[in-house]
Write a protein that binds this ligand. Structure first.
Ligand code: UD1
Ligand code: CA
Length: 451
């Protein structure tokens, strides 16, 4: 059966103390909302509807950047989770299958957990995701009778006895679209918060002779973000998991706790990652590569056997083929380095293609930007680029070519040619000694006057 998602994201997020909508705060370089969408994406949802409030335009832009079919509806006033879900009704009109409600500020629900909920849906009309937290605090409580879920009681409305229940509501709930909206029509706001509670649909379902049950998951999955300390805790939790997964997948991390992954980082087997490496979004490192200490990578692809860093920066569009070496204080942006190419020291390569086995000398810079537009530098295979070469792009250097140290390349260099462009050196015999003497006597005079 098909499933659609409703992701609640209209809450004020007051405790974040931020101009940014809460669900757009990032964990592992992706907005919280995208984590929730990724969990749900595993169910191949027929439709995805995000219920937004403040900052709806930014929320929509982020959601649609991840999934351009996602719909964003607005809940003008936050009247409760039940009201929020009702705001998605129009967007789901005609949707035949199930609906799963997720929270945009709860990033770690595992796809397998949602899968278990859809399986439980075959046996029950309403399925709620419960968990047993170390501290049940103010969570809503699941009132069970054997296998059956009788109702959910909000902490504020719960009796002392109900408050002793340890099985709590995560907020994730599944039902058919038809059932969900039918039940919500009967929800009122007669409760301690004067809110329309989504959770009330359980008792209404039971009254109508429908069945409800709970699936449980680990507390780690239901971790929500309401304030900056929880955002930091979510980051910590994500990183701990990502490091453990990397180790398990055969990646060596010399100092795991100093390596930071993004939500979508892919690292191959037998790659070694030295301390203090940071991965931004969209990085793939193939197997057997080495990412040396203090390197920063984003939007790039590193092939087998490549060595990056220490202190390298790979920016979006950096494409390193097999056995490429990129050394210290080298920045690569929107550039391809073919097999065996090397840029080992103090270099900027932007908007360029570098041929196989070409060696880029220290201090080389592709001058790709003229203040208005970006231009391309093309360097062929097996070229030898002398230290401190400046390529004033657009410019092309052929295969097997050389540039002399300090050359400013403004015109194309043919295959196998040597380009030298620098002013000639003159030696003045004895002039250095004379200069030293003159300067020393000047300094002595000044020191005397100062006394
Ligand atoms: C809710 C549940 C509670 C559960 C807890 C888990 C209800 C009535 N209560 O409580 O049983 O234990 O989550 O964290 O559902 N939202 C909207 N519009 C609204 C209200 C909320 O979009 O009008 C969104 C929020 O942005 C948030 C989510 O819904 O992502 C949950 O809202 P929140 O106020 O945090 O729910 P709780 O009162 O904590
Ligand atoms: Ca709340």
């Amino acid at each position: 059966m098909s499933t659609s998602l409703i992701i609640l994201a209209a809450g004020q997020g007051t405790r974040m103390n931020s101009d940014l909508p809460k669900v757009l705060h990032p964990v592992a370089a992706a907005p919280l909302l995208i984590h929730a969408m990724k969990s749900g994406a595993a169910l191949a949802p027929e439709r995805t509807v995000i219920v937004a409030g403040v900052g709806a335009r930014e929320v929509a832009a982020a959601a649609q950047a991840f999934d351009d079919t996602a719909q964003v509806v607005i809940q003008p006033e936050q009247l409760g989770t039940g009201h929020a879900v009702l705001c998605a009704r129009e967007a789901l009109r005609g949707a035949t299958g199930d609906v799963i409600v997720l929270y945009g500020d709860t990033p770690f629900i595992r796809p397998e957990t949602l899968q278990r909920m859809t399986e439980a849906r075959a046996r029950h009309d309403v399925v709620v995701l419960g968990f047993e937290p170390a501290d049940p605090g103010r969570y809503g409580r699941l009132v069970m009778q054997g296998e059956m879920l009788e109702r959910i009681v909000e902490f504020k409305d719960a009796s002392d006895e109900e408050r002793t229940i340890t099985l709590c509501n995560s907020g994730v709930i599944a039902a058919s679209a038809q059932t969900l909206f039918d039940l919500l029509d009967a929800v009122t706001n007669e409760n301690a918060s004067r809110e329309y509670y989504l959770t009330d649909i359980v008792a209404i379902a039971r009254d109508r002779g429908l069945s409800a049950s709970a699936v449980t998951c680990d507390e780690a999955e239901t971790m929500g973000v309401n304030a900056r300390d929880q955002l930091a805790a979510a980051e910590t939790a994500f990183q701990a998991r990502a490091r453990a997964e990397a180790l398990e997948n055969g990646v060596t991390l010399t100092a795991p706790e100093t390596v930071f992954f993004a939500h979508d980082t892919v690292i191959g087997r037998d790659t070694v990652i030295e301390p203090n490496v940071i991965f931004g979004p969209d990085v793939t490192v193939e197997s057997g590569a080495r990412i040396r200490a203090f390197s920063h990578l984003e939007g790039c692809h590193v092939s087998c056997g490549a060595v990056v860093g220490p202190y390298a920066r790979l920016r979006p569009g950096a494409e390193l083929s097999e056995n490429v070496h990129v050394g210290n204080f080298v920045e690569i942006k929107n550039a391809t380095l073919a097999t065996g190419a090397k840029a080992n020291h103090l270099t900027y390569i932007g908007d360029a293609s570098i041929g196989a086995d070409t060696n880029i000398g220290a201090g080389t810079i592709t001058c790709n930007y003229d203040g208005v537009m970006k231009h391309h530098t093309e360097i062929g295979a097996r070229a030898f680029i002398g230290s401190n070469t400046m390529f004033v792009a657009p410019v092309r250097v052929g295969d097997d070519a050389m540039t002399g140290t300090g050359t400013v390349v403004t015109r194309d260099v043919p295959d196998a040619a040597l380009a030298i462009g620098r002013s000639e050196q003159i030696n003045k015999p004895g002039l250095a000694r004379k200069l030293f003497e003159m300067l020393k006597s000047r300094k002595a005079k000044r020191d005397e006057e100062a006394e």
